[in-house]
Design a protein around this ligand. Structure first.
Ligand code: 13P
Length: 257
């Protein structure tokens, strides 16, 4: 179950959600400085997705460093009468290189269905952003033994046909593990990730074999190494623990070259 040699460069991504004022940029700058320090053994790409209000400032501060900056959502349209929405082009213009789409909090609170998530991923590609497409089951679905079916269906319906290993990252985030301190067993994570890999290889061939599959949901410094060592786990999508540089750096440090 443990991967000895990593075939895919992992990604550790921080999702700040609706947290962070200007003063909190200092935490992200500490991450930037630590990951960019000469001699840092950085075994993963590192991305922070701050709230949009901080995106441009962080992207400018991170320019030329090893820290990548992303967004948490994008609209499907490129421009037009969509009050309050932000297009992928705007996010790219502000300095984002990627955007999360289909996070369960948006699926739940904004009624985003798979087909909407798919259009948002297409919008991300159109603007030159990578899409981090989130999928995951509820606790009820897990208890009913529906996890693989639900995740497989979300994956198939949320990913555009033109998804590649370069423009798409998949994040498996069991909804019941988000912000709860609960995590699936390593065997459960391995089962879902290998099922996702199978779905992706079947549909996208070699691109599917190389697509990064992140695990998200209560990733902390003390469980990151175990989760990151599971076959077909190519990094982490971190919520709460990405807000504090010490915790986020401790998670990043579990990925060594
Ligand atoms: P937590 O790490 O706080 O559980 O959040 C996970 C998540 O939703 C990341 O997108």
């Amino acid at each position: 179950m443990t991967q000895a040699i990593r075939p895919i460069r992992p990604l550790v991504a921080g999702n700040w959600k609706m947290n962070g004022l200007k003063a909190d940029l200092a935490e992200a700058l500490r991450v930037r400085d630590a990951v960019s320090a000469p001699g840092a053994d950085l075994g993963a790409d590192v991305l922070i997705c701050p709230p949009v209000t901080l995106l441009q400032a962080l992207a400018e501060a991170a320019s030329g460093s090893k820290l990548l900056v992303g967004a948490q959502d994008c609209a499907a349209a490129a421009s037009g009468p969509h009050t309050g929405d932000l297009s992928a082009e705007m996010l790219r213009d502000a300095g984002a290189v990627a955007t999360i789409v289909g996070h369960s909090e948006r699926r739940a609170a904004h009624g985003e269905l798979d087909r909407v998530v798919r259009r948002k991923a297409e919008a991300a590609y159109r603007a030159g952003l990578a899409a981090i497409v989130c999928v995951g089951e509820t606790s009820g679905e897990r208890q009913s033994g529906l996890t693989l079916e639900i995740v497989g269906r979300q994956l198939s319906a949320s990913l555009p046909d033109v998804a590649t290993a370069a423009n798409t990252i998949v994040a498996y985030e069991p909804i019941w593990a988000i912000g709860t301190g609960l995590t699936p067993t390593p065997a459960d994570v391995a089962e879902v990730h290998s099922a996702m890999r199978e779905v992706l290889v079947k549909r996208f061939g070699a691109e599917g074999a190389r697509m990064r599959l992140l695990y998200g949901g209560s990733v902390k410094p003390d469980n990151a190494a175990e989760i990151g060592s599971i076959v077909d786990v190519d990094g982490a999508l971190v919520g709460g623990a990405s807000l504090k540089s010490n915790d986020f750096l401790a998670i990043i440090a579990t990925y060594k070259n």
